[in-house]
Ligand binder design. Structure first.
Ligand SMILES: Nc1ncnc2c1ncn2[C@@H]1O[C@H](COP(=O)(O)OP(=O)(O)OP(=O)(O)O)[C@@H](O)[C@H]1O
Length: 734
């Protein structure tokens, strides 16, 4: 096998980001092979500062000394000096810049034979840097020094959960990516886990306790950080974090843009109310003011415009299509209105209120002014005119109120509009002859020193001031609300992440459908979780010669290196489970070096398939899985110079599945089928799939060839006729 990364060469190390190989070979030949392998390693330098630091950490972990990046750079390449001698020989270590990090464990002795194995730790230490790796070649030295002494770089097994937690750790505040935190849980968390009982594991995982706690902490956070301590309009700005004290704009411009672009679901109601108000004011004025063509002409355009905007705001989606397709396709401002109208601070909003407030009043007042010049039968209409003067004031009041209430823009723009309205109205009041007449007729008794126009102006100024204060207060509240929601959204995301982690953790230790049960179950449901299956397939795949490999010596850190290799094997087996084809295969557990799996454990799945076909499928898929396991192990053997072989036992039939345990609940299956499958393994032959007669029948129906083994004594069952399934490796593929 070649480690080269050229062309289509099959390098397991390069294909998968996680690997260490171990090799046990006997005698000098094996060592030579290792040497050949090592000299074929791809040389790829790491050049970034981060890479240098990583190099340093790797080197220091290998040497167990502090190696700085500078020191590392000084290490000269000497690939030609690989030295592999006799098994016990002390070999020098040469860090080779640009080659894969490799360690050659010192030789170990098993059964009088000298054994060596090499461990590639480059991937395990996650030393990848843009596809480049650094390599060190080493061999044995005295115990306690260098690589040859069996000291292993402190690499972490990359578990599924580990990687997941690592991936989400920034959100959760877990510092080390990819490494599950093993720190003691907080007392709150401990109490929470203590609720898990034998009868109800994972209890409370979805109940409201956690949510309540989160809710309380949210409220506390809101009180502390968001809600102003004193919410009077005068000092609200001083308490506002992140807001300009005068304009109340957010200091963060992105947040400001976000705030301004918020959709306003109330907009259409505001437009409708503004239109209604206009119609009412117009109606009142029609009753009080002398009718004339000028009056009607001044109302008409405003009314038409307002009604158009009401229509647009209520039927925006539909009308936008019409606008785009036919009427106003050349007028972007109009055709875009449908999109914009729901956002406060947009042009149409200003226009609506502006039109409504000003045109209507201005037209009325200008009519009043104008009536003095047109001389509309002054004798007859004199009394009517001066009696209608207060209605101008009331209309102005309503105008200011409509600007304040219905106009969905910032309070500053509202203030500007109100000031403009005020100035214009006061000027018109002063010019209107009717106001003077009214003052002469009715206003002389109270504050006669002030003309009625001035009194009206004062009223309007006070009103505008009051409305402005209210506007400011409302805007402050809505901005605080926006900030609050923004922070709450962030916290909500965290809660969602927590839920996600819960789910992932559960799904990592339980089959997905069982995890789902615990995540969604309610307290009233049955306490002990269990399922009965009439026909599932169970498989035990053991590596009998792993026992020979396993050894507890100083060289392999009291068995740690052997365990590392087993972990690699199991991890690779686990990866198979992720294939869609094996989605119905469930890993139950590992027992020592035995891998226990079952298929058909998903209630409700494949219901469309009839019972016989389902049975065939569950058994056949396990055989396929077994073949895949064998292929994987062969590959590992090739790369790590091992001779591991799988011995597989398979059976099918009814089982009962359930979750047992309180603090560490475990999903498991029980029944005669499981016992028999286990016995098929223990009485089986290395490299073969051993099955019962019933299972062999099912497999034959599914198209597999089974070779009768003959009567086999099975403890607890007596003598059974058993079969070996023919697989590609056994020469006769089905
Ligand atoms: N859920 C399970 N997980 C792992 N192994 C199991 C399970 N159920 C049964 N086995 C294994 O199946 C084998 C057969 O079980 P059985 O109950 O027939 O015999 P036993 O007398 O309990 O086992 P032994 O004689 O090996 O001690 C046992 O070795 C047992 O460990």
């Amino acid at each position: 096998m070649c480690f080269c990364n050229k062309g289509g060469s099959r390098s397991r190390v390069q294909k998968e980001g996680l690997y260490s190989t171990g090799a046990i070979k006997t005698g000098h030949n094996s060592v030579t092979i290792i040497r050949q392998k090592l000299s074929g390693v791809v040389i790829t330098p790491m050049d970034s500062p981060l890479a240098c630091l990583m190099k340093a950490s790797i080197v220091s972990s290998i040497y167990q000394t502090d190696v700085s990046p500078t020191k590392l750079e000084k290490i000269s390449p000497a690939p030609s000096q690989h030295s592999f001698g006799a098994a016990d020989q002390v070999l020098p270590m040469y860090p080779v810049e640009g080659t894969r990090v490799l360690r050659t464990e010192s030789m170990r002795t098993t059964g009088g034979k000298k054994i060596a194995y090499a461990i590639d730790i480059s991937r395990r230490a996650s030393m990848r840097d843009g596809g480049k790796t650094v390599a060190f070649e080493n061999s044995a030295s005295s115990p306690g020094e260098g690589l040859g002494n069996g000291v292993v770089a402190p690499t972490k097994p990359k578990s599924r959960s580990g990687s997941i937690i690592g991936a989400i750790s920034p959100v959760m505040g877990i510092a080390t990516p990819g490494i599950p935190s093993r720190s003691r849980p907080s007392s709150k968390m401990t109490k929470y886990v203590e609720c898990w009982g034998a009868d109800k594991p994972f209890a409370n995982i979805t109940d409201s306790t956690l949510a309540k706690n989160i809710g309380i902490s949210s409220l506390a956070m809101i009180e502390q950080n968001l809600l102003p301590q004193r919410t009077t309009c005068c000092d609200c700005s001083s308490n506002s974090e992140g807001m300009n004290s005068v304009t109340l704009w957010f200091k963060n411009s992105a947040l400001e843009v976000q705030f301004r672009n918020q959709a306003d679901p109330q907009f259409k109601y505001n437009v409708a109310c503004a239109a209604l108000l206009f119609i009412l004011i117009a109606f009142i004025q029609l009753l009080t003011v002398r009718e004339s063509i000028v009056l009607y002409a001044s109302f008409a355009p405003t009314l038409i415009t307002l009604l158009l905007f009401v229509y647009l705001s209520w039927y925006d989606g539909h009308f936008k299509d019409v606008l785009d397709s036919h009427l106003f396709s050349d007028v972007p401002a109009v055709s875009d209105y449908a999109d914009n109208c729901a956002k406060p601070g947009q042009f149409p909003a200003v226009l609506v209120s502006g039109l409504e407030s000003n045109i209507q009043n201005l037209s009325n007042i200008s009519y009043s002014v104008q009536s003095n010049f047109t001389g509309h039968d002054p004798v007859l209409s004199y009394h009517k005119d001066i009696e209608s003067v207060p209605s101008y004031l009331y209309s102005s009041v309503l105008t200011l109120a409509s600007i304040s209430v219905f106009l969905r823009v910032g309070f500053i723009l509202k203030l500007v509009l109100m000031l403009l309205t005020l100035v214009f109205h006061i000027v018109m009041f002063n010019k209107a002859e009717d106001f003077k007449n009214y003052h002469d007729s009715f206003g002389a008794e109270e504050f006669s020193i002030l003309p009625f126009a001035a009194k009206a102006g004062l009223v309007l100024v006070f009103l505008a001031a009051l409305l402005h204060i209210l506007d400011r207060q409302i805007e402050f509240t809505s901005r605080s609300d926006f900030l609050w929601k923004d922070k709450l959204k962030f916290e909500q995301e965290e809660v969602e992440t927590m839920r996600g982690i819960n789910k992932i953790l559960l799904e990592n230790i339980l089959p997905a459908h069982v995890a789902e049960h615990f995540l969604t179950s309610v307290a009233s449901e049955e306490d002990l979780y269990h399922e009965r299956y009439s026909s599932i397939a169970v498989m035990f795949a053991s590596i009998p010669n792993y026992k020979e490999f396993y050894d507890e010596t100083d060289v392999n850190k009291q068995g740690l290196e052997c365990l590392r290799l087993l972990n690699e094997i199991i991890c690779d087996f686990d990866k198979l489970l992720l294939k869609p084809k094996f989605s119905c295969v469930e890993k139950i557990k590992t027992i020592g070096s035995t891998y226990m799996i079952a298929s058909g454990l998903r209630p409700g799945k494949e219901e469309q398939i009839d019972a016989n076909r389902k049975e065939e499928h569950t058994v056949a898929i396990l055989v396929e899985f077994a073949v895949a396991l064998m292929t994987i192990l062969d590959q590992i053997n090739r790369e790590s110079f091992q001779r591991f072989k799988l011995r597989i036992g398979l059976s099918h039939g009814p089982v009962i599945a359930g979750v047992v345990g309180a603090q560490k609940p475990q999903y498991d299956i029980w029944g005669n089928t499981v016992n028999v499958a286990s016995r098929m393994d223990s009485t089986g032959v290395m490299g073969k799939i051993h099955v019962t007669e019933d299972t062999a029948k099912v497999l034959k129906n599914a198209g597999y060839t089974c070779e009768c083994r003959g009567p086999t004594y099975v403890k607890g069952k007596g003598t059974l006729t058993t079969y070996f399934v023919k697989t590609p490796s056994s020469g006769n593929a089905p």
